[in-house]
Design a protein around this ligand. Structure first.
Ligand SMILES: [Zn+2]
Length: 106
C-alpha cells in the first residue's frame, strides 16, 4: 500500500518519513491512515480531482490514482497501454475527463 501525502496527494513509499513530492511530514499521515477504517464518512467524501502537484500533463492520472488508491506510476502505465491499444479513442476520453474533472483545490 502506498502512503498518500495529505498535503499534495503524491504516493510515497509505505515507510517514507517525508513526501517525495512536497517534503511534507508523512508520519502524521500514516497515523491517520491506520485508524481510517473506523471512519466510513471519510471515504464518502472522496472526490475525483486532477492533481495539482503531481502532474505530468493535466494531473488526471495522479488524481485517478489517488481516487482509486493506486500507484500513480501504475495508473500512468495503464493510460499509456490504453493509448497503444485504442489510439485516438482513449485520447478523446482523456481530454474529456481532463476538461470535466476539476483541478484539486489548493
Ligand atoms: Zn506531498
Amino acid at each position: 500500500m502506498p502512503l498518500y501525502c495529505t498535503k499534495c496527494g503524491a504516493a510515497n513509499e509505505e515507510f517514507a518519513e517525508f513526501c517525495k513530492s512536497c517534503g511534507d511530514n508523512l508520519i502524521e499521515a500514516r497515523e491517520k491512515n491506520t485508524d481510517k477504517n473506523d471512519e466510513p464518512a471519510q471515504t464518502s467524501e472522496k472526490k475525483l480531482y486532477r492533481s495539482r502537484s503531481n502532474k505530468m500533463i493535466t494531473g488526471l492520472a495522479a488524481g485517478l490514482a489517488k481516487y482509486f488508491d493506486m500507484e500513480v506510476d501504475l495508473m500512468r502505465i495503464l493510460w499509456v497501454i490504453a493509448f497503444f491499444v485504442s489510439g485516438s479513442t482513449i485520447a478523446i476520453v482523456y481530454l474529456i475527463m481532463a476538461a470535466v474533472i476539476p483541478q484539486e483545490p489548493e
